[in-house]
Write a protein that binds this ligand. Sequence first.
Ligand code: HEM
Length: 368
Amino acid sequence: MKALAFLCILFATTLKVKPLLHLSLSSSSSSSSSSPTSPQRSDDPQHQQSYDFYSQSCPLAEQIVRQSTQFLFATDARTAPQLLRLLFHDCFVQGCDGSVLLEENIEGGRTERDAIPNQTLKGFDKIDFIKDLLEEACPGIVSCADVLVLAAREGVVLTGGPFYPVFTGRKDSTRSYYETAVEEIPSPNHNVSTTLMRFASKGFSPRETVSLLGAHNVGSIDCDFIKNRILNFSGTGLPDPSIPTDFLIELATNCSDTSGSRLVSDSTSTTTTNTAIPYYQALSPLLASGNTFGTHYYGALLRGRGLLFSDQQLMYDRKTTKLVEAYASDDGFTFKRDFARVMMKLSSLSGSVVSDQGSPRLQCSRLN
Ligand code: HEM
């Protein structure tokens, strides 16, 4: 009902079109994708994806996603980084198929959400909210995989990042890949060569990997991911020797269990927390606050101020160091251009198991 009310307000006030529920919308979406004028994904014909895939079957789909993401972002700016991370974890495991959203699996087994790297994912409720709106407007048409791709793109734009075009028409997965998620999602404890290998296995070059990791210029990171670097690096009982002393003190202060009164502000949110460090503040304490999607992530790495071990590792390979230096010295144009391109590539990853691809799920967390 909440979703329906939101939808009515959305369309009554902004779009000035007749109520969506009164529109007669065809439930056969596939015909729209075969228009000779709409570009098709040439590399993956089975998916029959195209720009504006829903132009006939659910003409307002992209607008609904855009406006509802804007609404969610206005309510909680953490929405944008949450959706961006969610997209990465979806697309990296058997392609962008919405499988990370599932709370149940085909044989009742564990799901991707149970895998350790996914246990800290957030933003599922936001995808559900957007999907509910789409189901009110055009039942059974828009896939959860597309919702995530479109909403994440919107989130990037809302934080000041680049717009990039994405195909739509993805199929939703009919299963969740727990083991693959455990095996393939990179770890914050990986060194640079393992990180590069993980990304190379999905077709990303070192340059693309470094630009993709620039996503870490927005959002926050829980102290749980930093504590070992401060207290017991690689079981030595000592801090990570690569952390500069002033930064180590900052990290220790912000992540101290007794720091209840030391609340830190998320760069993209007015919400405060004492267990998470915002990338923006921790990495660039001298910058004025703001929501700007920029190159501060790379500038911070140059100064040894990467929050995650895997982030800072980019400075331990000649090729990636050069790329970090290039992005850090730029006014942001090159990074944003590269980031837009690599996000298109990430959003286009597809899985190898075609038999696991089905029609749009009605609820993103449940199998139809
Ligand atoms: C080596 C690869 C990567 C590793 C090891 C990694 C690891 C992590 C970890 C541990 C966090 C903190 C989560 C938490 O505190 O709950 C995080 C946050 C985040 N990651 Fe990554 N990540 C990687 C690559 C990426 C990529 C490629 C993207 C997107 C394209 C991405 C987007 C994000 C975002 C936006 C956040 C902030 C989430 C929030 O504020 O809710 N990450 N990442």
